[in-house]
Write a protein that binds this ligand. Structure first.
Ligand SMILES: *Cc1c(COP(=O)(O)O)cnc(C)c1O
Length: 405
């Protein structure tokens, strides 16, 4: 199919019913109404069913690390699905072993690292929660207020957002939410704590960094009290914040990290990676997943991680992130209070609760950004962006700000 055919494809087919109505009547009412019907992507751009092009500075929420339809990813998936797409956990496949070894290397976990594969961020967190139960039989887990760890019952139990949780109580007992301060951690931790679970940067909360020195202190305290330090790197991982994983910027070694989102560039996958002694906790038969680690998803991840490495995309994330930050700050807009985050995971803190108006205006002008909450714009563009995309982002974002103030 050519690109033009893609764009002109009438998804309504034989029916005259417009797609929003078909979506509304056929899809579960758990998600908000979609903004556009997207039919194609290339690089940092996507096209909707009307043929309108958008600069994608959200990348499927930090998922499309290589942008859309990257030839390396297309080639890897095509080759793998033609060879073998799935086997059961009774068998191993080469891409699965290769990816586990690669993750041991890029996390720095090395010979004492072990990898568990699932299919999503929530599943990586579920595995982490089960891991915590194996730590000396302890049942208390510390997590942060305003954190996000997923929507399944276990990952929701760790999520520190009452609005997402309330309808589903009772959740898993023993999980205590604390403020994101070193003082709150010092007050809460003791020898009954199985694990501390934190995001190095709180993405869903609007890209909020931990206080200076938090992870170092968390490492000291969890080690002292025999608790696991588990990091949710689902949004911050695979190069996005200017290191393979965000914890590496803090100079600490965790006991486990959960990864997903960007790791296979859009093919669903999640992983829990353990370090050191935590690698010995799971015993044979204690956890598993039908799809987890299948050759299709792991081949996709190998391609994405290989491309990030060979194309220098971590360095690009540092450079482009700095350019975007400088560009936003140079606007001197009275609406912009601050720019938060690292690399290409950036939060724009606003002085007024107009984030949704700005993101709506930007979309009308051909730019996809995200209002994480009323006062925060989140951007998480593909790691492949260059000069042209940065300049176009600044131009459209400027217009969206001006139209809002
Ligand atoms: C997206 C996200 C999750 C959940 O991942 P899913 O793949 O949606 O289950 C968990 N934690 C963080 C930090 C995330 O950004």
């Amino acid at each position: 199919m050519t690109n033009d055919e893609f764009i002109s494809t009438d998804i309504d087919g034989a029916t005259d019913t417009p797609w929003p109505q078909r979506y509304r009547t056929a899809m579960m009412g758990s998600a908000p109404a979609p903004l556009r019907l997207l039919v194609r992507g290339e690089g940092a751009y996507v096209w909707d069913s009307e043929g309108v092009r958008y600069l994608d500075f959200l990348a499927g929420i930090a998922v499309n690390a290589l942008g859309h339809a990257h030839p390396v990813l297309v080639e890897a998936v095509t080759t793998q699905i033609s060879a073998i797409a799935h086997v059961s956990n009774y068998f191993a496949t080469p891409p699965q072993i290769e990816l586990a070894e690669r993750l041991r290397r890029i996390t720095g976990a090395g010979d004492r690292g072990r990898v568990y594969f699932g299919n999503s961020g929530a599943e990586a967190i579920e595995a982490a929660l089960k891991l915590s139960r194996l730590n000396k039989g302890r049942k208390r887990v510390l997590a942060l207020n305003n954190s996000f760890h997923g929507r399944t019952m276990g990952s929701l139990s760790l999520t520190g957002k009452p609005a997402l949780r309330d309808a589903f109580e009772p959740l898993i007992p023993g999980i205590v939410h604390i403020d994101s301060t070193i003082a709150a951690l010092e007050a809460a931790i003791d020898d009954t704590v199985a694990a501390l679970v934190v995001e190095p940067i709180k993405g869903e909360a609007g890209v909020i960094e931990l206080p200076e020195g938090y992870l170092k202190r968390a490492r000291e305290l969890t080690t002292k009290h025999g608790a696991l330090l588990i990091l949710d790197e689902i949004q911050t991982g695979v190069g996005r914040t200017g290191a393979w994983f965000s914890f590496q910027r803090a100079g600490i070694v965790p006991d486990a990290i959960a990864v997903a989102k960007g790791i296979a560039g859009g093919v669903p996958i999640g992983a829990l990676i353990t370090f050191g002694e935590a690698s010995d906790l799971f015993a044979t038969g204690q956890h598993g997943s039908t799809f987890g680690g299948n050759p299709l998803a792991t081949a996709a991840a190998n391609a994405v991680l290989g491309e990030i490495e060979s194309a220098g995309l971590i360095e690009n994330a540092v450079q482009r992130g700095a350019e975007i930050r400088a560009g936003i700050e140079a606007l001197n807009s009275p609406l912009v209070a601050e720019v938060r985050g690292a690399g290409l995971l950036l939060g724009i803190g606003l002085t007024e609760p107009v984030a949704h108006r700005i993101s709506t205006k930007a979309l009308e002008l051909g730019l996809i950004i995200n209002a994480a909450n009323d006062t925060s714009i989140r951007i998480a563009p593909p790691l492949i962006i260059g000069d042209a995309e940065v300049a176009e982002f600044i131009a459209i974002f400027t217009q969206a700000l001006e139209a809002t103030s």
